[in-house]
Design a protein around this ligand. Structure first.
Ligand code: NAD
Length: 301
């Protein structure tokens, strides 16, 4: 295999995490201890693994973590109450509500309850709106990780034609907004697009976030395209379970100039950017607190 074309997400995530760790140390010396609260409602097995990994990465980076494991029958009122308490707690900088939630809890209501400044997943409408206006706000972790990989692989993205396949609130839409912010021409294709394949074949950059194993093969790709495969799909391969992306890696590889593998591509970047967002939130809150104290002093003296 031509490994020179591989975009190594593990190595990129290690670089982000090393910077986060150094920043956390510097912040602690300045009297700021970044802290992340993670809330898990219910016992979804995949969510339990994700939460465990997030807590582990936080500890490795020196970020204090608080874990709230609530039973699947937790009422919406109790969850909103907990979020409210964490919003008020000045020692907590980031709040992550692990999705999916049990059916009796309104996801939007719960996500909107998180203070925008502590919304390290970037799902609050204030952050979504800020991103679409091109402001520097807390931004969803997976698309942020994809942008870092693209910038590492391509340098300046300005003027490139990017096709995002998928329009979810978690990946596709924020990805399109970030590419636009980086001055790309952006096309979003989705399940209702007419000839998504032909649109995709025009792209310099393809970001696949569909959730369909190996949907995108060489026929979807322009020669020399850069491909970011967000998909994580578990398939049965001759009686063995394994993970594959939305891109047919073996078919795509000869056609592309660079591509992320699955696993080992986008996945590690998501957690790395969660840690980065937690540090960003801690810094912004420390600034806000300092400005508030300064304003208070000016009004006194
Ligand atoms: P989703 O189901 O919410 O959205 C899928 C999107 O794909 C939809 O907008 C739909 O319109 C589009 N789509 C479906 N079939 C299509 C087709 N044939 N052609 C074009 N578009 C089509 O999924 P999601 O939450 O955005 O996740 C997408 C994939 O990314 C999943 O495999 C998920 O597991 C993975 N994911 C990975 C990470 C990570 O950290 N690497 C994070 C989030 C999601």
């Amino acid at each position: 295999m031509n490994t020179s074309k591989l975009i190594d997400g593990k190595a990129a995530a290690a670089r982000v995490l090393a910077q986060v760790k150094a920043d956390v140390q510097a912040l602690k010396q300045a009297g700021v201890e970044p802290a992340l609260a993670v809330i898990l409602v219910g016992q979804d097995p995949a969510s339990q693994v994700y939460v465990r990994n997030k807590i582990l990465r936080a500890e490795e980076a020196g970020i204090r973590s608080l874990e709230y494991r609530l039973s699947a029958d937790t009422s919406q009122a109790l969850l909103l109450n907990l979020i409210g308490e964490l919003n008020e707690d000045a020692s907590v900088n980031g709040i992550l509500l692990q999705l999916p939630l049990p059916a009796h809890i309104e996801e939007t209501r719960a996500l909107q309850a998180i203070a925008p400044g502590k919304d390290v997943d970037g799902f609050h409408s204030e952050n979504v709106g800020g991103l679409s206006q091109g402001r520097d706000v807390l931004t969803p972790c997976t698309p942020s990780g994809c942008m870092q990989l693209l910038q590492d692989a391509c340098g300046d993205l300005s003027g490139k034609h990017a096709v995002v396949i998928g329009r979810s609130n978690i990946v596709g839409k924020p990805m399109a907004a970030l590419l636009l912010k980086a001055h790309c021409s952006v096309t979003v294709v989705h399940s209702r697009s007419v000839d998504a394949k032909a649109l995709c074949r025009q792209a310099d950059i393809v970001v696949a976030a569909v959730g369909r194993p190996r949907l995108i093969d060489a026929g979807w790709l322009k020669p020399g395209a850069v491909v970011i495969d967000v998909g994580i799909n578990r398939i049965d391969d001759d009686g063995r379970s394994r993970l594959v992306g939305d891109v047919d890696f073996d078919s795509a590889l000869p056609q592309v100039s660079a591509i992320t593998p699955v696993p080992g591509g986008v996945g590690p970047m998501t957690i790395a950017f969660l840690m980065k967002n937690t540090v960003t939130a801690a810094v912004q809150q420390a600034h806000a607190q300092r400005s508030h104290l300064e304003a208070l002093c000016h009004s006194i003296y």
